[in-house]
Write a protein that binds this ligand. Sequence first.
Ligand code: 5GP
Ligand code: MN
Length: 343
Amino acid sequence: MIETQINEIKELLSTPQNIVIVPHKNPDGDAMGSTLGLYHYLKKYNHDATVVAPNDYPDFLKWLPGDDTVKVYESDIETCDALITKADLLFTLDFNAFHRTGEMASILENSEAIKIMIDHHQQPDDYATYTYSDVSMSSTCEMVYNFIEMLNDTDKIDTDIASCLYTGIMTDTGSFRFPSTTSRTHEVVSQLMRKGASNAQIHNNVFDTNSYSRLQLLGRAMQNLKVIPELQTTYITLSQEELDQFNFKKGDTEGFVNYGLSLKGIIFAAIFIENKQDNIIKISLRSKGSFSVNQFSRTHFNGGGHDNAAGGRSETSLEETVEKFISILPQYKDELSATQKGQ
Ligand code: 5GP
Ligand code: MN
């Protein structure tokens, strides 16, 4: 962001405003951490700020400071529409195209509020008055830290803000192991720890609250794992029946796809999860090295994301979706057999 834009935003924020902060649908740790981190920051200036999430998010994020203030669009459309309609300022975080907010897309698009995008996904749409987009960033949480720093306000970061931002950096970097983690990321994390973020506690809150049924579901997912060694690819399927059998709750399948990618020699991993309620197959894709799952998902599965982590969907059956996936793979034979793991 250039200095004149920062100065304009500073000016905008110098008097109390009605502000709505929006993460993407099916919010993850980075989406909720960044929106709530920014929420706590804005509250310090007496803004009337609210995080409006398109739909509910997993229990492992429900401990985040400010969680009780979050409004969920899907469960209270009237209140959320009113908040959006009266908003002077709209922050859109961790996504860059309105369709990523599902049912909220049209009211956001038609809102006359000044819009500020903070995001690290590829190919941003051009809807915001102020766009802070950087695909090299580990996480939107790291960008919110930068944003506060650009406003010369890191002194305002307290334990609540630090805990929220730490959470999203930790989840989006796979606990600091993905290549998007830079020395700068660690510097930011160091500052957040100084401000009171408790690394062990946050890790525990997010990752060590498994239910027995989730571990059983993971077991089933691992039994369903298929390997295509010549293309250095794995995929997992989970049918609605299997999810029901193991008492599936939102967030339970988070991270499963990474097990497929952890297999020796594998550079591309997919998981296909049936959702009978929405009548779709939700797809998560992960890669190592230069094979872009963002591009793959955009081309074949109506999705997108980052080079090494993307999502998408299919409106055909689980079996047909997997068949399509397998039939597409040979087109990428050169990339999938040439790229070396970790490069
Ligand atoms: P996940 O597989 O964890 O749902 O998502 C991986 C990454 O891709 C995340 O950064 C997420 O925001 C993005 N993503 C997931 N689903 C979609 C989608 O349908 N469209 C786009 N553009 N991005 C997605
Ligand atoms: Mn993110």
